[in-house]
Design a protein around this ligand. Structure first.
Ligand SMILES: [Fe+2]
Length: 281
């Protein structure tokens, strides 16, 4: 049996907010430890970050620290935390979210990565898109401008690697705003599934038949839950894996064990899996 595993993570938000009674720096330390623990437990072949590492250009309250005083928490996240994952020795992707509107040059200077990217692992082509690639380098506080999936970029890669199966990743897909060309591409048999962040949920959306009924798998958060009218533990800090076992695809949202404070009470959220997706490919 052949088996390959990958890990995807988003919405880590190193910033001024200490969610669930845990100081931001400690939360970041836990994130890095938990990714490393997960690798020890069951190694993965690539690690993909899907955006929102900061609130550098934030529109609300105190505003974004990069716009206000030139401090880049994305840079701090990369240098202080993500760089410690390089010794895993696996390919990594690091695309921008809606809170990192750095232009292409600045993004590369800060992170060492490109705003859009691709990674090939055996017979799988991961295409990493730039969902907020408009109005870059803003001088005013903003929360980003959504741009539909870049079908020219996707088609070019799919033509260059005709034998690869395809996994589409982005900080955000908006099925209402995506183009007909994108829907046709997603419907192709060799496109296995989509991964998106942004909504801070661990759930799975089965897209309409226009998209070939493919699944959009959300990569959760390591900051705050996007689940409305439910405790944060409904979508607790975590990341999502992708396992390809022969002709079977499995994806699980993984929550590492975390001690947090909710309503003044200390609770331990246990290690576990939720929102598991399984399909034949
Ligand atoms: Fe986010």
């Amino acid at each position: 049996m052949s088996r390959k595993r990958f890990l995807l993570c988003s919405d880590t938000h190193l910033c001024h907010v200490d969610w669930y009674g845990v100081p931001t720096e400690e939360r970041m330390e836990r994130l890095i430890k938990h990714i490393k623990d997960e690798y020890e437990k069951d190694p993965f072949e690539a690690l993909l970050f899907l955006g929102d590492y900061s609130l550098d250009f934030w529109k609300w309250d105190i505003g974004g620290c990069y716009v206000a005083n030139g401090r880049s928490e994305t840079k701090e996240f990369m240098e202080g935390y993500v760089s410690r994952l390089f010794d895993l020795g696996i390919p990594m992707g690091f695309i921008a979210g809606n809170h990192e509107q750095y232009g292409y040059k600045k993004w590369n200077e800060i992170t060492g990565y490109d705003r859009k990217d691709f990674i090939i692992c055996d017979d799988i082509l991961f295409i990493l898109l730039d969902a907020f690639g408009a109005d870059l380098d803003p001088t005013e506080h903003s929360d980003g401008t959504f741009t539909p999936a870049d079908t020219e970029y996707i088609s070019m890669l799919m033509e260059n690697y005709p034998d690869k199966k395809v996994v589409l990743c982005s900080h955000h897909f908006d099925p209402e705003k995506e183009s007909d060309t994108f829907k046709q591409i997603v419907s192709e048999k060799r496109v296995l599934c989509l991964f998106g962040g942004h909504v801070h949920l661990s759930s799975i959306v089965e897209l309409s038949e226009d998209f070939g009924g493919k699944a959009l798998l959300y990569t959760g958060n390591y900051s705050y839950s996007g689940v409305k009218n439910a405790p944060p533990t409904a979508s607790m800090w975590g990341f999502r894996d992708l396992i390809i076992e022969d002709d079977k695809l499995i994806s699980r949202y993984i929550t590492p064990e975390n001690e947090i404070i909710l309503d003044g009470e200390k609770i331990v959220h246990p290690y576990g899996y939720q929102d598991i997706y399984e399909t034949n490919i």
